[in-house]
Design a protein around this ligand. Structure first.
Ligand code: MRU
Length: 350
């Protein structure tokens, strides 16, 4: 499996996810602005992956700051952090990662600038490694929710490409498969960016996990036919009450799962949980350029003057969620209580 992102020789390399599955090409980011643009333009996407990218963006920024004093260095680092945080609004992992990097720099404020710069590069690299370890733990926590030989529905891409590696929702699927469960997967195509058909199918095929792509509007009929036993998706931000923001269409999957008595799970690291927000109503939802919906491969598919909306995420109310799988087990209703217990047990910086 190709690496999603890595930091080498003072540069950040990202697999260009806009080009998959047709081409496996890396782009090079030389400045924090390159990283911010890559996040906004979806070269890299998925909540944990954009968090890692932002952390590496801070490291790149720190390497390039030409400040005369330490105060000026820290002011500039804060400004860079704000630019990176503004690259995309919904996934909380972005500001979580930037805040963690700024806290690391602050902790080392008495060291030389070169030492701080080096520590930031190391910290961003360890965030990537840590994310892979967390995903493996999420996988182990959740593997049991997939019955032997079951067919799993997933929406969007919450896999290796959306994280440091291994994935959250796909991490659960991978862990079950590695444990000998002969499961299979339906991947929602996920209009308009096609994360399901282009990315999830690409990843699962590489691991030889049986996958079939369906259009987003086919899930209901397959559930009704008894062809789907469980739905597992990722998350971009989870409010304290357990409401989950994820790729638009997730809410529809959850409603359909409820109507068809199918368990609906969300898999995410603790860094995706935002206890500062009481409910999902407070989560900022990104709206992207209309042309992503109005054109397919550059060709218009909507009459010229007809308005088009491109809402990128939706919120699934916690009542529709069977459980939220984290690296510390499966949180259930009352979600906030379980989240707080998990944070209290956490041995990673959160
Ligand atoms: O717009 P995207 O592709 O960044 O949206 C990604 C998702 O919605 C994922 O499901 C979510 O970030 C979880 S990734 C582990």
């Amino acid at each position: 499996m190709l690496r999603t992102i890595y930091f080498e020789n003072g540069q950040v390399y990202m697999l260009d996810q806009r080009k998959l599955p047709w081409a496996e090409k890396y782009i090079t980011c030389r400045t924090y602005r390159d990283v911010s643009n890559a996040i906004s333009r979806m070269v890299i996407r998925g909540a944990p992956a954009i968090g890692i990218a932002a952390a590496m963006g801070i490291a790149l920024g720190a390497l390039k700051i030409r400040a005369k004093s330490k105060d000026a260095f820290f002011r500039e680092l804060d400004r860079i952090g704000n630019v990176l945080k503004a690259s995309r609004p919904t996934a909380v992992n972005l500001s979580w990662a930037v805040n963690r990097m700024l806290a690391k720099a602050a902790e080392l404020k008495d060291r030389s600038l070169d030492e701080i710069r080096e520590a930031l590069v190391t910290e961003s690299r360890s965030m990537l490694e840590e994310d892979i370890r967390i995903n493996r733990r999420i996988g182990l926590s959740g593997a049991e929710v997939i019955e032997k030989g079951a067919t799993v529905l997933t929406h969007c891409n919450a896999g290796a490409l959306a994280t440091g590696g291994y994935g959250t929702a796909l991490g659960v699927i991978r862990a079950a498969f590695e444990a000998g469960n002969q499961l299979s997967v339906f991947a929602d195509e996920t209009r308009p960016f096609l994360q399901g058909s282009r990315l999830t199918a690409w990843e699962l095929e590489q691991d030889r996990i049986p996958v079939t792509v369906i259009t987003d509007n086919m899930a209901g009929t397959l559930m009704k036919q008894g062809r789907i036993q469980v739905a597992i998706v990722g998350a971009d931000r989870i409010a304290a009450n357990g409401d989950v923001a994820n790729k638009v269409g997730t809410y529809s999957v959850a409603v359909l799962a409820k109507a068809n008595h199918i368990p609906f799970y969300v898999a995410a690291p603790l860094s995706t949980i935002d206890l500062s927000l009481r409910t999902g109503d407070e989560i900022p939802i990104e709206e992207r350029p209309a042309k992503e919906v109005a054109t397919v491969f550059g060709k218009p598919i909507v009459p010229k003057d007809v308005p088009v909306r491109n809402i990128a995420f939706d919120v699934t109310p916690h009542e529709l969620i069977t459980g939220i799988i984290t690296q510390y087990g499966i949180a259930k209703e009352p979600f906030e209580k379980h989240f707080r217990e998990m944070f209290a047990r956490s041995d990673e910086p959160v």
